[in-house]
Design a protein around this ligand. Structure first.
Ligand SMILES: [Zn+2]
Length: 437
């Protein structure tokens, strides 16, 4: 199916035009007129200059769509962070126009969706890099009480992904997109596990398969083929979130690792690398985790019906986050989320899963990717494979801390949850996983 048709189907018409290809932007004026024939148009941008084909992108877009009022979002750090204050000031600055056009990568698009949901004006998103899969979905990644959370916002009414713009994007942004795309070799296994164990579901292979197919050509020696595979992986990735009505098909332990690294850096007032760059390195570690656990741990052999979260689980959650926020507020935010997972675990019936263990494991490991292939794909694009190659590098201690914290952050069950229950989520196992990775 063509991407554009798939987008309309999944969004039930809300994403009414997904324009891709070598000259997608040429259609911008027509789509803006269709969505808002009259009235004020706001152009939402950040303060980083962007160009393609030797032209300034703000000037290019303005030339195509006519008069626009610019709203420039300024970053306090190297990147714009979407916590409460910048969102409120951007909502106020945009006001109530007839149309919002966002020109930027993930954060500006996420902000555009939030503002569009708040003020009701349709959003036309012009994607300036293939940096994350969050463009073609109705969600935004926000920072709430210091914790990274993915929240419903709204679909863009139209999305433009023009090859000329993507090819002109800074290489580190597209490399980051490769990291986000290969999460498909890690996340579906966590989702499958959670669904089979009765904590989520239903599991939908059709929400995973199109992305698995799209990432196949990511390391193609022909740069244009690889670029198209990157755009398709990320765009289809956003759309399958709509199919599943959840980020779970694309967000398992590898995304948790990235979110926790962000939270730790924010708490220290330090910089962190891009979402996808971290997810890519984490995918190498998390695929290695599945293989290491299968080879050396008891967790796949013990009866799951009898497993329970440890008695001191709440204490562990609060203690973990007290290291970042001594006030306990972050610990409270995380425990509220984690407690939902514990309640669902205690209520779920796992006997079917125990009876059909061989089938569960066979299907489960059908979704676990190869860490060597993950590393090779990242290398092909020049992306970071190891956490020490991130910018800024993540120290071994910080990485160990973040991995240890995996079961303590949100309401989604992933493999480390089971390992906490069997007492196997130890520094020794984590060290073995890192050695394997
Ligand atoms: Zn992601």
């Amino acid at each position: 199916m063509r991407l554009d048709d798939f987008a309309r189907e999944v969004s039930r018409g809300a994403l009414s035009r997904l324009a891709t290809g070598p000259a997608a932007l040429d259609e911008l004026a027509v789509q803006c007129r269709r969505l808002a024939p009259t009235g004020e148009r706001v152009l939402l941008i950040d303060s980083v200059g962007k160009s393609a084909e030797g032209r300034d992108l703000v000037a290019w877009v303005s030339e195509l769509v006519g008069e626009v009022r610019q709203v420039i979002v300024r970053a306090r750090h190297a990147q714009v962070t979407l916590d409460e204050a910048p969102i409120e000031s951007a909502v106020a600055a945009v006001g109530s126009p007839a149309l919002i056009i966002s020109l930027g990568s993930g954060t500006i698009t996420d902000l555009g969706k939030v503002i569009s949901a708040r003020c009701g004006a349709p959003l036309v998103a012009v994607q300036t890099a293939a940096s994350v899969n969050g463009f073609s979905d109705p969600l935004s990644v926000l920072v709430i009480g210091g914790a990274k959370r993915t929240k419903p916002s709204t679909w863009p009414a139209a999305l433009f992904i023009d090859d000329r713009l993507i090819d002109a994007a800074p290489a580190f942004l597209n490399r980051s997109g490769v990291g986000d795309a290969i999460a498909i070799w890690s996340a579906p296994a966590d989702w499958y596990l959670a669904c089979r164990l009765g904590l989520d579901g239903p599991f939908l292979d059709e929400a995973v398969r199109p992305v698995l197919e799209a990432v196949d050509a990511l390391a193609d020696p022909d740069a244009a083929v690889a670029r198209n595979a990157l755009i398709e992986s990320l765009t289809v990735g956003g759309l399958v979130i709509g199919v599943a009505d959840s980020t779970a098909p694309l967000s398992g332990s590898e995304h948790l690792t990235s979110h926790i690294l962000d939270m730790a850096a924010m708490a220290r007032g330090a910089e962190h690398d891009l979402h996808g760059a971290q997810v890519g390195a984490a995918t190498v570690v998390c695929t290695a985790l599945w293989h290491e656990v299968r080879a050396t741990c008891r967790v796949f052999d013990v009866p799951w019906a009898e497993l329970r979260y440890p008695d001191d689980f709440e204490e562990r959650v609060r203690e973990t986050w007290a290291a970042l926020d001594p006030s306990g507020a972050l610990g409270q935010e995380c425990w509220t989320a984690v407690a939902r997972k514990v309640a669902r675990w205690n209520a779920a019936d796992r006997s079917e899963c125990d009876r059909n263990r061989a089938d569960v494991l066979e299907r489960l490991f059908g979704y676990v990717g190869d860490p060597v292939r993950a590393a090779g794909t990242l290398r092909h694009w020049g992306a970071a494979v190891r956490f020490s190659e991130l910018n800024p590098p993540v120290s071994r201690d910080a990485l160990l801390w973040s991995l240890r914290a995996l079961p303590y952050m949100r309401d989604r069950l992933t493999l480390p949850d089971l390992l906490v229950m069997t007492g196997e989520w130890t520094d020794e196992l984590i060290e073995r996983v890192l050695a394997r990775a």
